[in-house]
Design a protein around this ligand. Structure first.
Ligand SMILES: O=C(O)CCC(=O)C(=O)O
Ligand SMILES: [Fe+2]
Length: 334
């Protein structure tokens, strides 16, 4: 059967969660209420900082560049963006398959449950993925701050990938050489407080399509990010001034499963709003990728096929968030 063209998909009515929050009503529209099995069971979630390794980057990476002032600045401009009336050009729910803009992404049907989240997503590097029309002029230092922050996060990702290459027994520059002009995008997720956090999800379970994801949470942020470990959702306790770094599907494939992309989701809070600023770092769209030969041997047979990264990215953004299901695109099924 031919695939349904994206433009023909009807997403139905999408309430703006910030508007719902402003209304102060305790009523949650039905499209946000998860089926029982998908509800976050907040009383059962384990808050465990022990199971998440903490790395002092100043010891690992010389001149990593991210300083506290920079982190506070990006948080401030992102927060201001969500608090300010949006410019007319930005006011639309993202269409299916759209990865940039303001609203909810990843909606592909009228009956799909919605996330309690407003996103603002921008392509940053390379130039051809930028849509300057979407870059807001308010707050006035928005663009400059995103540029500076992105430059620093890029250095950090490059450095981390060097260390990861070494742990895999590869030459440190292998990823940088392979990635070409790496794609970098930033997404700001704003989760307004929700009167019934037990019924909704801030962001549906998923793994990221990137090689690496770098997440910053607002200062004094409540718990929101949860990772799935041994079939249990674990809340990631925010650590002041720390970035959360996770492996995406691309690194899982390249390392033939030695690094694993983590399944994660976000939950909401009854009283507190939460902001996360997320950078996705991935290879150029035109590269062909598959497990690096050194990561494949008799004991670790090849688990993923070779494919074009642009095609995977397209597959990623044209399917709903559903755990690690999208990685099946690359898996060699026995
Ligand atoms: O807000 C969070 O903690 C999670 C965000 C996330 O997973 C994403 O944007 O891909
Ligand atoms: Fe994510």
């Amino acid at each position: 059967m031919a695939p349904v063209p994206i433009s023909a998909i009807k997403v139905g009515h999408v309430d703006d969660v910030q508007e719902l929050r402003k209304g102060k009503s305790s009523h949650i529209p039905a499209r946000f209420i998860r089926d029982t099995a998908e509800r976050p069971a907040l009383d059962k979630a384990i808050l465990c900082s022990d199971s998440i390794p903490v790395i002092d980057l100043s010891k690992l990476v010389v001149n990593h560049g991210i300083d506290l002032e920079m982190m506070e600045r990006i948080e401030k401009v992102a927060m201001e963006f969500f608090m300010m009336p949006l410019e007319e050009k930005q006011k639309y729910p993202m269409n299916p398959g759209t990865v940039q803009g303001y609203g909810q992404a990843f909606i592909f049907s009228e009956d799909q449950k919605l996330d309690w989240c407003n996103m603002f997503a921008l392509g940053v590097i390379p130039d051809h993925i930028r849509n300057p029309k979407l870059w807001p002029s308010k707050p006035s230092d928005f663009s400059e701050t995103v540029e500076t922050y992105s430059r620093e996060i890029r250095k950090l990702c490059k450095n981390l990938l060097k260390y990861i290459a070494i742990t895999l027994g590869l030459k440190e520059g292998v990823f940088e050489e392979m990635f070409g002009v790496a794609v970098q995008a930033v997404r700001m997720n704003y989760y307004p407080a929700c009167p019934r956090p037990d019924l909704v999800l801030g962001l549906s379970p998923h793994s990221d399509g990137s090689a690496l994801t770098v997440l910053q949470q607002g200062k004094g942020s409540s718990v929101g990010l949860q990772i799935l470990k041994d079939n249990t959702w674990i809340s990631v306790q925010p650590i002041p001034n720390a970035l959360v770094i996770n492996v995406g599907d691309t690194l899982e494939v390249l390392s033939n499963g030695r690094y694993k992309s983590v399944e994660h989701r976000a939950v909401t809070h009854k009283e507190k709003d939460r902001l996360s600023i997320v950078t996705f770092y991935a290879p150029s769209y035109d590269i062909e990728l598959g497990p690096i030969p050194e990561c494949v041997d008799e004991e670790n047979p090849c688990k993923y096929r070779t494919y074009n990264h642009g095609e995977y990215s397209k597959h990623y953004v044209t399917n709903k968030l559903q755990g690690k299901k999208r990685l099946e695109f690359a898996k060699i099924m026995n």
